[in-house]
Design a protein around this ligand. Sequence first.
Ligand code: GLU
Length: 330
Amino acid sequence: MTTPSHAARPRPGGSPALQAWVDEIADRARSRLGTGRVADYIPALADQDPERFGLAVCTNDGQLYTAGDAEMPFSIQSLSKVLLLSLALRTHGDALWQRVGLNPSGMPFNSLMQLETERGKPRNPFINAGAIVVADHLVGAFATPSKHLRDIARTLSGNAGILIDRQVLASEWQHRARNAAAAYLMKAFGNLDNEVDEVLEAYFACCALRMSCADLAIALNYLAADGRALTTGERFVPPAMAQRINALMFTSGMYDAAGDFAYRVGLPAKSGVGGGIVAIVPGRLSICAWSPALDASGNSVAAQYALERISEGLGRWSQEAGRLAPASVS
Ligand code: GLU
């Protein structure tokens, strides 16, 4: 993917009515602050302020609506798994599925149980073991996969300031026992080509990227737009691939609460333990909500609440967007 020569990052603006709606949802979501707990199993994440809340909605025609801490970078953690998967599928195509499954695990994201009984083939690319196999593919394909992913994040979001947080990376490395156990188990079953330490380092560095809600809503808009990146106008992944990534997000993107979230919100989404959730309205919008306090499944309480309200109001959104630009709304 080439770097855009023009400043293509969408800026907040567009419809005052839609902006007011996003502000209203952010206000209501703030009433949920104070519920849930910040992840502390990665010590560098433990001091995140649970009172933070950000929301960004990006339309396929390049309007950005933001509220609260939408421009504040946070640790994207498992949201990186969407970019990792997109990059691996771009590079290796469907061959990836010989080594990673396509089904929900119904287990915590770092569980080792199925990995033993299923002979080292992770259930899907959004649990840790699955993303480690995806990272293994990228270690084989790129000299420094995490820097490559960081550069892609910069290009897709139009923000050249995106960085890997070295403190979070070091903290994850220090507390890597469970991810290392998964990686060694897969290595023992012949499902990891490269050295465990090298693969884990790449995986942790991708999780340690810092991006804001605005960065993420813009960067992942390709999933709402048949694979076409908003900032470059180029196709980042083919349309069928975008559709399949959305399907996997729908079935496996929200830890072991994917079914609950699908029932309540009905959108493909991916959650991270940094408190971010990205959701996609195919053909129309990409959304990122963030607040660090998590529920028992590891999903941000306030971010889920905001996404539920957005999903409820999509009809209203369509009406207003249709009034603004009828041709751009499907
Ligand atoms: N880096 C985290 C881990 O490996 C990612 C967890 C997540 O956000 O789901 O545990």
